[in-house]
Design a protein around this ligand. Structure first.
Ligand SMILES: NC(=O)c1ccc[n+]([C@@H]2O[C@H](COP(=O)([O-])OP(=O)(O)OC[C@H]3O[C@@H](n4cnc5c(N)ncnc54)[C@H](OP(=O)(O)O)[C@@H]3O)[C@@H](O)[C@H]2O)c1
Length: 295
């Protein structure tokens, strides 16, 4: 499967809404009308959240001025477990996101919290089911970070979408999701490990896993060089070669960077390179989970 046909791409808007977010190449967003720009690149989906700074508001401003709409995947946050208020809270957040983004319904409403007691909470599940039944979202999902959250999400019917981190250094979770009996829509995020696979050198002084990540980045760059492949193209092509992923989130607030990602997404890896990367990415490491990072 290729995402040269851009239907598989979702634009991740965390950095767009909060320029200081992640390990970016720069904190200066490209100027001009960025959402028009990414629409013209062929992108039709946006991943956002009520907690992504100005992202939902800026999407709404775009939608008010343009007939060409994006499919929006947003998230609800701040829920407590075992609370009768939960369903009302979900609908309040949903309505606020609908108003801000100026859409009638969402492609997906995710639960933004990934702790098990929230994922498994009956009120949360009932609330998300009601959102779907009322036609406010085509899909409902959860975004996870580790094995136990993933296994819980995979076992619960209301979550028909699971968003998970997948990259050249982390296919451990993807492998678990792939073997799940119930079919879920799998959405890959953090394909550059929040940007560190591209920009780790800029963060050396403040980062607890600098040595581990820097060393694997060197191995990967060496591999790309020895096979005469562009490094960025290799990172993108690897994730793109994982056939059970339904969508891939790509993210940059820089016009040239996002264009490069889209252009390089047509690249196909040879089996040799893919199997060398498999050896790296199948291993489970603490440093691939940003929740363990001290920056
Ligand atoms: N639900 C959740 O819990 C959750 C968690 C994390 C992320 N997300 C979603 O997933 C999206 C992506 O997340 P992520 O930040 O982890 O993504 P990522 O795709 O691993 O990394 C994005 C970072 O890579 C940098 N980058 C992209 N292309 C580059 C290039 N050509 N050269 C140098 N740097 C480049 C970007 O910086 P520039 O902007 O400077 O290009 C950006 O900071 C988010 O926006 C959000 O929508 C969801």
């Amino acid at each position: 499967m290729s995402f040269s046909n851009n239907n598989k791409i979702i634009y991740g808007s965390a950095g767009f809404g909060m320029p200081a977010y992640g390990f970016s190449s720069s904190n200066n967003p490209s100027s001009g009308n960025y959402l028009n720009y990414i629409y013209d690149l062929g992108i039709r989906h946006i991943d956002t959240a009520s907690s992504y700074g100005l992202a939902e508001k800026k999407i709404g401003e775009y939608h008010r001025k343009n007939k060409k709409k994006f499919n929006i995947w947003t998230k609800v946050d701040g829920l407590s477990s075992n609370s009768h208020y939960t369903i009302d809270k979900i609908f309040k957040s949903l309505k606020s996101s609908i108003e801000k983004t100026n859409v009638d319904f969402f492609e997906c409403l995710y639960l933004h919290q990934n702790n098990i007691e929230i994922i498994e909470d009956k009120f949360v599940q009932k609330g998300l089911e009601a959102v779907k039944n009322h036609g406010f979202a085509n899909n409902t999902g959860v975004s996870i970070y580790n094995d136990s959250e993933l296994k819980s999400a995979l076992s619960i019917d209301v979550f028909n979408v699971v968003q998970l981190p997948v990259s050249v250094v982390n296919t451990h979770l993807y492998k678990i999701a792939q073997t799940n009996a119930k079919k879920k829509i799998l959405v890959a995020r953090s394909i550059f490990l929040q940007g560190v696979l591209l920009n780790v050198e800029s963060f050396n002084k403040k980062f607890n896993y600098y040595e581990e990540i820097h060393s694997v980045v060197n191995v990967l760059k060496e591999l790309a060089y020895s096979y005469n492949i562009d490094y960025l193209a290799m990172l993108v092509a690897y994730v793109n070669s994982l056939d059970d992923l339904d969508y891939i989130i790509v993210s940059s607030k820089n016009a040239q960077n996002i264009k490069n990602i889209i252009q390089k997404s047509t690249y196909k890896l040879c089996e040799n390179v893919k199997s060398i990367i498999n050896e790296i990415s199948y291993k489970e490491n603490n440093w691939t989970n940003p929740r363990n990072w001290i920056v």
